[in-house]
Every structure is written in structure tokens, then in C-alpha cells.
Design a protein around this ligand. Structure first.
Ligand SMILES: [Zn+2]
Length: 189
């Protein structure tokens, strides 16, 4: 019974995140995709354009066709495989950010978010270092950043044809420093 309640609560928490995502998009604007539809079994289009900051500043965070294809690619090659491998819900904190939103978010002009190729992923069910390790094991990716561990999020980017596998650490001491997986695991084990 307790187990059922816990699962029910987790399911509800996940649903609430998705409902909030739909509050953080413009209901009457054509985004180029149906935001309520799924890209893959566990991820909906709305999750990758929803942004509290965009709503706050009146920014319409709408990907163009190429950017939508980049989002679909990262979901199909990174997020869904990661979700299947770990078997736990993953929360998308930030996906696509158009130029205006990227500036407001303080992102680098060359940010993969700007192209729809990056996602900031979070989970409360396992330590972030475990999530990072699982992402690191995926066969193809462009960039993974451990951001503000242990409480922050994992930034994962995959651009078609770019498998440079650049692992970085961003915290108070390491500003996007290039590191090894062992280095991160030693700090955050
Ligand atoms: Zn990011």
C-alpha cells in the first residue's frame, strides 16, 4: 500500500511538471509542433520549449524547422535511451532557448541550447553523478557538463555528426573546465 502511494506520488509529481510546462508556453501560438504530443514514449514536445523566464519576459521561444529536428534528434538518441536504461523519470529543466531567451538566461552565444541540441536534465531518484555516468556510457554525444553538482543538473548535448564527447565541469571552482569522468566521480562519489 505504501509502495503504491509512493509510486502514485511520483507519477503525480511528474504529471505536475508536465502541466506546469503547458503553463509556460503560449496556448494560442503556433510553435510548429503539437506541444501536447509525444516525441518518444516518455517525452513531449512542450517540455523542450516551456520556459518560465520566456513567459516572464514575453519571449516567444519558438524553434524553426531545423531546431525542431535537432530537438527530436537529442530526445531520440540521448534522453529516451537514458530513460529506458535507468528506468526512472527524468525532468527536463531547460531545452531549446532562442537567441533572446539565451541572452536572458546568461547562456553562451555558442550554447547548444540555442540550436535545440542540448537539454538540462534532473532527477531526484538517484545521485546526479549516476545520471552523468549513464549518459557518459551512451555511444554518441557531443558534450556533457556537470553543472553545480551535487544539487544542480546534467547538461547533455548531441548534434548530428558531432561526437566529440567533451566532458566538462561547472561549479564555483571549475568554470566549464575539461575533466575526466574519474575526476568528477572522485569529487562527487
Ligand atoms: Zn545546459
Amino acid at each position: 500500500m505504501v509502495k503504491f502511494r509512493v509510486w502514485n506520488w511520483l507519477f503525480r509529481a511528474r504529471e505536475l511538471k508536465k502541466e506546469n510546462d503547458m503553463k509556460n508556453v503560449y496556448p494560442d501560438v503556433d510553435y510548429g509542433r503539437d506541444l501536447t504530443k509525444n516525441i518518444t514514449p516518455n517525452f513531449k514536445y512542450g517540455e523542450f520549449v516551456a520556459s518560465e523566464k520566456a513567459m516572464e519576459y514575453g519571449i516567444k521561444n519558438i524553434p524553426n524547422e531545423q531546431e525542431w529536428q535537432n530537438i527530436e534528434f537529442v530526445v531520440k538518441t540521448i534522453l529516451q535511451p537514458l530513460r529506458d536504461k535507468l528506468g526512472i523519470p527524468l525532468t527536463v529543466n531547460s531545452g531549446f532557448r532562442n537567441n533572446e531567451l539565451n541572452i536572458k538566461a546568461g547562456g553562451s552565444p555558442a550554447s547548444f541550447h540555442r540550436l535545440g541540441c542540448a537539454v538540462d536534465v534532473d532527477t531526484h531518484e538517484i545521485p546526479l553523478v549516476k545520471l552523468l555516468e549513464a549518459a557518459h556510457e551512451l555511444p554518441e554525444w557531443s558534450e556533457i557538463i556537470a553543472e553545480y553538482f551535487p544539487g544542480g543538473w546534467v547538461h547533455i548535448a548531441h548534434k548530428k555528426g558531432d561526437n566529440r564527447k567533451m566532458l566538462k565541469l561547472k561549479d564555483n571552482k571549475h568554470n566549464f573546465a575539461k575533466v575526466t569522468l574519474e575526476y568528477i566521480k572522485n569529487i562527487y562519489k
